[in-house]
Design a protein around this ligand. Structure first.
Ligand code: 1CP
Length: 341
């Protein structure tokens, strides 16, 4: 690997500088992505290895990030389990027949990965070939709780109240569903690593909607199973947005990296997570809308706050579609130019 800054940092080894990538870096803020978005539907872009490969490589070539992340979506998992998932223009994900009852659970299954998600594995093989070891490739999946949110609510939400009501009123069914998602995700991530992914990230985007006890019960116990099943095959990053209260338990899973958002100070996160795990984050994505000199100053402050080693510079959540490309580049360049005293 020509640029192994990310993998070294995840293994806890020292590097000459901090590695940097951006969550959702392959996407709508890039004009080159928008050209392909005009021509092909969302799942067509995911399911065509040549398109997924081209989109995955765009931020590597255009912005110069230290890692590629597979272009796909967390919602291909419910699709593979047998639920219909659409992406409605300017409205987001839409699942017309969400899971509400025991009867609905009979409509889904733990699928064979090569049969249902073989296109992802093919995309990974092609991406690895095209990357030619320039930078590592990150594979990913949604954490079971976040996937349940969409499978039950049927669409995006600020509160995911229907998903929570399902868990609180039908706990046995909820746990059955979470275990099915977990089993699918383990096979899926093992498949991604087998196809060539150098590291994997679990996105628990809605983990922060749960209190600490519910987070353990509905999310972390399943994340723990997934980390245990993949951590010896490739480094694992857990990004449970807003779930800072459980950083110690997340570190105890044996994950190599923990993502944090901008609502926690790096020093506090370090204290909670312990000395050894690598922290990833935590720039407020909306701050990329600031003037470039402000971005540079704030990124420098963020790097100083994390201190040297055990840090992957990233945003605290996905990049916003209205971020100018040169602002994203300023974020990445500032990290690449920075050296700890
Ligand atoms: O072009 C378009 O309009 C589609 C927008 C889009 C894109 C570019 C969606 C729909 N998904 C993606 C790609 C995607 N999704 C990646 C690609 C790799 C990268 O560049 O990072 C990844 C990692 C995801 C993961 C994802 N999808 C998450 C977890 C990360 C996060 O942002 O919290 C979630 C929650 C989703 C669901 C989803 N898919 C798409 C949208 C707009 C959403 C969010 C909907 C919501 O707010 O509830």
């Amino acid at each position: 690997m020509k640029n192994d800054l990310l993998l070294k940092t995840l293994r806890g080894e020292p590097t000459e500088r901090t590695p940097v990538w951006m969550m959702r870096q392959a996407g709508r803020y890039l004009p080159e992505y928008m050209v392909l978005r005009e021509k092909y539907g969302f799942f067509e872009r995911c399911q065509t290895p040549e398109l997924a490969c081209e989109i995955t490589l765009q931020p590597v070539d255009i912005i110069g990030v230290d890692a590629a992340i597979l272009f796909s979506d967390i919602l291909v998992v419910p699709q593979a389990m047998g639920l219909e998932v659409q992406l409605v223009e300017s409205k987001g994900p839409w699942l017309p027949d969400p899971i509400k009852t025991k009867h609905d659970l009979n409509r889904i299954r733990v699928p064979e990965i090569t049969e249902t998600l073989g296109y992802v594995l093919d995309a990974i093989k092609l991406i690895k070939q095209e990357l030619n070891d320039r930078v590592p490739l990150i594979g990913f999946a949604g954490a079971p709780w976040t996937i349940l949110c969409y499978m039950v609510q049927g669409k995006g939400s600020k509160t995911f109240d229907e998903a929570k009501a399902f868990c609180y009123t039908q706990p046995a069914l909820a746990h059955q569903l979470l275990q099915m998602i977990t089993d699918t995700t383990i096979a899926y991530l093992q498949g991604q690593i087998g196809a060539g992914a150098d590291a994997v990230q679990l996105f628990d985007s809605w983990g922060g909607l749960l209190g600490p006890d519910d987070f353990e019960n509905l999310s972390l116990q399943y994340i723990r199973q997934i980390v245990a099943a993949v951590k010896d095959k490739a480094p694992v990053i857990i990004f449970a947005k807003g779930a800072w209260h459980s950083l110690d338990e997340m570190a105890a899973t044996g994950a190599h990296g923990l993502g944090i958002d901008w609502c926690i100070k790096p020093a506090v996160a370090r204290q909670l997570a312990g000395k050894h795990v690598t922290l990833q984050g935590n720039f407020d994505p909306a701050k990329l809308l600031s003037p470039i000199p402000v971005i540079r100053k704030e990124v420098t402050a963020m790097l100083a706050a994390f201190g040297p080693g055990n840090h992957i510079a990233n945003l605290g959540h996905g990049i916003l579609p209205n971020v100018p490309v040169d602002h994203a580049r300023a974020f990445v360049d500032t990290v690449k130019e920075y050296r700890h005293a």
